[in-house]
Design a protein around this ligand. Sequence first.
Ligand code: HEM
Length: 364
Amino acid sequence: LRKDPERYIPEWGRKYGDLFMVRMPMIGEAAVVTSPDLARRILVNKASCYQKKSRSYGVLRILMGEGLVTSEGDLWKTQRKLVQPAFHPRRLDALFSMKAERVNAMVDELRASAHSGHSVDLVPLLSRLTLDIISRAMFSSDSQGMARDVSHHISTLNEWALRALRHPWLLILPRKLPLPGTNEMRQSLGEMERIVTDIIRERRAHPGDHDDLLTMLLAACEEETGRGMSDTQLRDEVMTMYVAGHETTANAMAWILYLVSTHPEVEARLHEEIDANFPDGTPSLEDLASFPYVRQVIDESLRLYPTIWSLGRCCTEAHELGGYHIPVGTNFLIPTFHFHWNEDVWENARAFDPDRFSPERRPP
Ligand code: HEM
């Protein structure tokens, strides 16, 4: 299953139905759902019967602590309320010119490579771009030294997380065993925690006049109690933004560019829309509404190549699902990619067709 989910999940779905158990040596059991209806029941209708404490979130918890992606229940609710204002459109608009400026700098770099005839591997470039943008949005930091360190540590942590997700038995072996990548992971995690904690302490001591996400998070406090976040909680949220926002966005951009470059008719329509509507000067967040076809291309690329291709949940309250009794503790694998490639849901599902998301055809 881990080696070739794209083959086995649809194959077993056809053979065993919408809900079946997979038993993995040393790791245990997982229930797999292969119908979007059951996925909706787990993630939406019956969400209160589930938590994210499945195996994959255990890996993320090592990196992100109890940030928004991994926390549960009351802690998640409180944190969600505290963090939400930092992502209000007005705030994001304030960061937009910084993002546009970083993208322009990368485009200049690419243009120079194109003129000199050098080929460029876009994936590391996009990874660097997203990390740079997250650091600047979070800390107003453009310190090259720190960006280089953070980039190295986050890459090490991402590689380790991917390895641990592919080989979960690594997690049940004693932590002290010198397993490949484990020492580097521990070192990078320690370094990242130190960097983030130092920045938080420094900012608490000398708030200054920064217009960044850290300022918002430091000022956020619960309405009823006036309590803000502890340094540890803040560090977990910052680590969460780095880990959750970095490769997801970089890989999504890489797939978008790949798909556009292999579909000249889509590329031509993008040029047409962008040339007709690009404002004088730097575009703002509001201007994005003038580019509906760009949005369609992004949505369709994320459908075809979802950068988070599966979700995990663990049942915390026994109930009935798809005609089966689900006991507490059942681990679920919810394979998003399988729904995105489902011919019952999408006609000609494996074709890249941004017009599926046009106003006339966009699914409800
Ligand atoms: C194309 C890019 C992205 C994709 C495909 C993506 C995908 C996802 C998915 C599928 C979840 C739900 C996980 C679950 O419920 O188990 C999620 C949650 C989350 N993502 Fe992203 N994400 C992207 C970019 C980002 C960025 C840029 C950030 C932050 C800088 C971010 C921060 C978060 C956070 C904090 C959560 C948890 C939200 C909550 O539970 O309150 N993500 N993301």
